[in-house]
Write a protein that binds this ligand. Sequence first.
Ligand code: DQA
Length: 189
Amino acid sequence: MARVNDQKRGGEAPSAASAPPRGSGASKLGTAAKRDVIKATAWRVLVLSGPNLHRLGKRQPEIYGHQTLEQIHQLIAVEGETLGTSVECRQSNYEGELVEWIGAASEQGFHGIVINPGAYTHTSYALYDALLAAGVPSVEVHLSNPEAREPFRRHSCTAPACVGKVAGFGDASYLLGLRGLVQRLGRAA
Ligand code: DQA
């Protein structure tokens, strides 16, 4: 059974993890061997969800689906295990708390961030600045495809501070975002 380190609003800071081996020769290996190196690497990824996402399951299920955020966190934990990556999932309705979590991510030993900023996507230059200064790569994810919805959702303040974005695939957006981030971390190692 996969375990998920699932936090809402704070909780214990994880102990710092040692960085995975850099320059360990992965670039000289073939594709299959590289995949093994990526799997064996102990990446730590912080998965953040912003405002109103704690209400998934009840909130506009015709748009966001019937799964709760806890269920999505379980799926992320399983995907993390498959990728040899430990994940910690947190949710907050507060912009400042998300800013603090992003700012502390690197010194808490996280190698990357997957973030669904919720409506802060469209308004928050504070989150943009935090992601830009995080010192670790971030991937933006959305359950829905904001660009196919109301005009105000077409602009993302936060995406330009991220290495990539996945939107429109429901819970799979988180999983695809995690997978893309881990692949990117593997390439950088
Ligand atoms: C969302 C899209 C945002 O526009 C919206 O404000 C959300 C959820 C998504 O996952 O589709 O809260 O980020």
